[in-house]
Design a binder for this molecule. Structure first.
Ligand code: GLY
Ligand code: MN
Ligand code: MN
Length: 440
């Protein structure tokens, strides 16, 4: 596997996306997208930088403090990139910059400008256009620059665009259906995530800390070309698993507890997002097994229903039925299945959605609704399925189920034949998990 090749998406893919966007823009308009800025962690230390996903999608450019301007005028389309200029002193201290001279050829843009001059250049390029595609509030630092440029245009006694149109619906639709290259990168992110979960299973035992297991995962990510997690690792033992986005990860693993790990690698900007739950000591107790089997059945049956023309809603109705039936069987819920379903009684123990789109962002963009109905699934969509049951320690349920939190999460590509599970490399059957842990 040539990681370097996989990691570098050809620049033509980004250019083709801009062309597709140009085709949807009205004539005499511009479109502006900003990236993220560097974020201070403490004192003069910064969080490691990650570009904005919309900006990356259209440019393939990973430096902070940059912006993209696309102008469509009299049918002519031009792309401009704004970035920090070269600076020998700052580059010696803080890292290399692409710079204005190299940017147009490298990024396949028509021209590059110093980010410091953005208001002046915007004022020139946007004057007399009818509309500007811009999403306010996505990058707040950009809002000021855009509106200052508009003021400048008016002061110069020219016409500023009268209409602001958000580019979000257009771009979200494009990002929702993945290209072949994107699928390859997501598959890689999923494969790396799966291998990391496998390592975590093998390295887990009583008395290690949650964050040690996090380290094992991170180690495996690095070995296969992923430097960053796609989101903060959730390594939640015992009833920490009932906190959906737990990330303190600082507790000791106790013999007899379960460990829920929700962790995904970011590969070439694309996310994997896997959850597995398994026993710290390698052996499920009967109570843990009882709850686990319900969640596993929900995952398997739900997966069968996430196919073209079906929807999250269809799959989730089946999942809810499985969960309620299972919980009545165990005495966690009391009453008639139908009545409990009508009351959505399962929601107290399964309080999140069945899944979400997956892509450049772990919770990727795209509408979940098509008007009133749950959006029909289409070939090229990538999504997660992640049923879970979380029974708080103080819940009014049989004692053996208190404090059990279980989620199982896979990633699916919708194909013309149904779906392809991208995360099968890490097991989820009880017997398989126990065998792997016993052999470690
Ligand atoms: N890791 C967050 C989620 O599964 O949605
Ligand atoms: Mn997850
Ligand atoms: Mn997820």
């Amino acid at each position: 596997m040539d990681l370097a090749y996989l990691q570098k998406m050809p620049q033509g893919e980004f250019t083709a996306r801009r062309e597709k966007l140009f085709a949807q823009m009205q004539d005499n308009t511009a479109l502006i997208v900003f990236t993220e800025t560097e974020k201070r962690r403490n004192s003069d230390s910064e969080y490691l930088f990650r570009p904005d996903s919309y900006f990356w999608y259209l440019t393939g450019f990973a430096e902070p403090q940059s912006a993209l301007l696309m102008v469509k005028k009299a049918g002519q389309c031009e792309s401009f990139i704004f970035l920090r200029p070269r600076d020998p002193l700052l580059e010696t201290w803080n890292g290399r910059r692409l710079g204005l001279e190299r940017a147009p050829a490298t990024l396949e843009m028509d021209q590059a400008f110093d980010i410091e001059n953005i208001e002046t250049v915007f004022a020139e390029k946007l004057a007399n256009l009818t509309a500007c595609y811009y999403a306010r509030g996505v990058q707040a630092w950009g809002d000021t620059l855009v509106f200052n440029a508009f003021d400048k245009i008016v002061k110069q006694r020219q016409k500023a665009p009268t209409t602001l149109i958000s580019w979000q619906p257009m771009l979200d639709e494009m990002r929702l259906i993945k290209s072949e290259l994107e699928v390859a990168l997501i598959q890689q992110a999923c494969q790396i995530s799966a291998l990391a979960h496998l390592r975590a299973m093998k390295q887990t035992r009583p008395n290690r800390y949650e964050f040690e297991i996090e380290g094992e995962i991170q180690h495996e990510f690095s070995r296969f070309g992923s430097r960053f997690p796609a989101y903060n690792h959730i390594v939640a033992s015992g009833d920490n698993a009932c906190i959906l986005h737990y990330n303190e990860n600082d507790q000791v693993l106790k013999d007899g507890d379960l460990l829920l790990i929700d962790s995904g690698a970011e590969f070439a900007m694309y996310a994997g997002d896997i959850t597995r739950t398994f026993p710290v000591n390698g052996k499920f107790s009967q109570a843990q097994r009882d709850v686990y089997e319900i969640v596993l059945e929900a995952l398997k049956e739900g997966t069968k229903l996430l196919v073209p023309q079906s929807s999250f809603k269809v799959a989730n109705e089946k999942v809810a039925e499985i969960m309620v039936t299972g919980m009545v069987r165990l005495g966690i819920l009391k009453g008639e299945v139908e009545q409990l379903l009508a009351e959505k009684a399962h929601r107290q123990f399964y309080m999140h959605g069945l899944g979400h789109w997956l892509g450049l962002d772990v919770h990727d963009v795209g509408d979940y609704q098509d008007g009133e109905r749950s959006r029909p699934l289409e070939v090229g969509m990538v999504l997660t399925i992640e049923p879970g049951l979380y029974i708080p320690a103080d819940a009014d349920v049989p004692a053996q189920y208190k404090g059990i939190g279980i989620r199982i999460e896979d990633n699916l590509l919708i194909t013309e034949y149904g779906n392809k599970n991208l995360t099968t490399a890490v097991p989820k059957e009880i017997a398989e998990i126990e065998a792997i842990m016993a052999s470690a």
